[in-house]
Design a binder for this molecule. Structure first.
Ligand code: SIN
Length: 305
């Protein structure tokens, strides 16, 4: 079998392969660098950043579910300045693209953070407008086309030449309306899906398992929702980073066939640190078996009924 080319482009950024470590399950890469060379990945999307450091929500904030997990982490992170001072220099030791995921309380805060990240030379900015676990910002912006567009416009005005990707929530009735609004506001790419709002209850105590009652569901259970939403959103015409339940070559290939240019591996990393490499190798095998010269030929190649 011939070796297909694994290189892809996402919003003009060249990735050596389509596999991205998803935000929130890979930290800043330090722990995973003990297992393998981070340069093996297409890109690393760092833990979600906020303007000030955040402790996150009180525990319990992770709960297992059939084929997935619920989280209500609440954007725990050291803050953007600590990221720029300590974590970005560490990541720059590797030949891997760096995507910075950020959340703000106001459009202006998104703008200020974009300016810092762009000046620091990150490769791509991912605007999180879809975190279900915080009161201000987050999902509040991701469920209304007008607010999603406003955040995107302000971010683009401050991001200089750094491409801006907007992370969409599945917790909406019409994801295409949100995608179209951010596309019209100048977004360079879309990433989806963030987690699905969910809940678990301990029957004996009658208490929700998560201290904040609800959380975001991720893992293999959400893959069909992600595939459907990527397919719907592909009609908007922006490059897509697909995610939601990616754990092997087949799940990654489904998202690419639906329209994704690259895929992010999230929850799978928590159980299997090598999951991103297994996804990459699985994608390569599928492309080779199908006689493709490049894995990029999977993107949007679905044959719908
Ligand atoms: C969290 O930190 O609560 C998860 C981030 C997200 O869902 O966007």
């Amino acid at each position: 079998m011939h070796e297909p080319s694994m290189a892809v482009k996402l919003a003009g950024v060249e990735l050596k392969n389509p596999v991205v470590a998803a935000s929130g399950t890979f930290g800043f890469g330090r722990e995973y660098s003990q297992f393998y060379d981070l340069s093996e990945l297409g890109a690393i999307c760092v833990k979600g950043l906020t303007a000030a450091p955040r402790k996150g929500n009180p525990p319990p904030r992770i709960a297992e579910t059939p084929m997935g997990i619920l989280n209500s982490v609440g954007l725990q992170n050291p803050g953007i300045d600590a990221f720029l001072a300590q974590e970005l220099p560490f990541l720059r030791r590797y030949d891997v693209k760096v995507i910075a995921n950020l959340s703000g309380d106001t459009p202006e805060e998104y703008g200020q953070m974009c300016e810092k990240l762009s000046q620091a030379g990150v490769d791509l900015i991912e605007l999180n407008i879809s975190c279900p676990n915080v009161k201000a910002g987050g999902l509040a912006y991701g469920t209304r086309p007008d607010l999603a567009a406003e955040v995107t416009r302000v971010a683009k005005a401050h991001a200089g030449a750094t491409p801006v990707m907007v992370k969409l929530s599945p917790n909406v009735t019409d994801v295409v309306a949100i995608a179209q609004a951010v596309a019209d506001a100048g977004a360079d790419a879309l990433s989806l899906i963030n987690t699905l709002l969910g809940m678990r209850i301990d029957v004996a105590s009658r208490r929700p398992i998560l201290r904040r009652n609800t959380g975001g569901l991720s893992g293999p259970a959400v893959l069909p929702v992600a595939v459907r939403m990527v397919w719907e959103v592909s009609r908007v015409g922006l490059p897509i980073l697909g995610m939601g339940g990616v754990s092997d070559g087949d799940s990654a290939a489904q998202l690419m066939l639906a329209g994704a240019s690259a895929v992010a591996v999230g929850t799978a990393c928590l159980a299997a640190p090598y999951a991103p490499l297994q996804v990459r190798d699985g994608l390569r095998d599928i492309a080779a078996r199908q006689g493709l010269s490049s894995v990029a030929q999977l993107t949007g190649a679905i044959q719908p009924w």
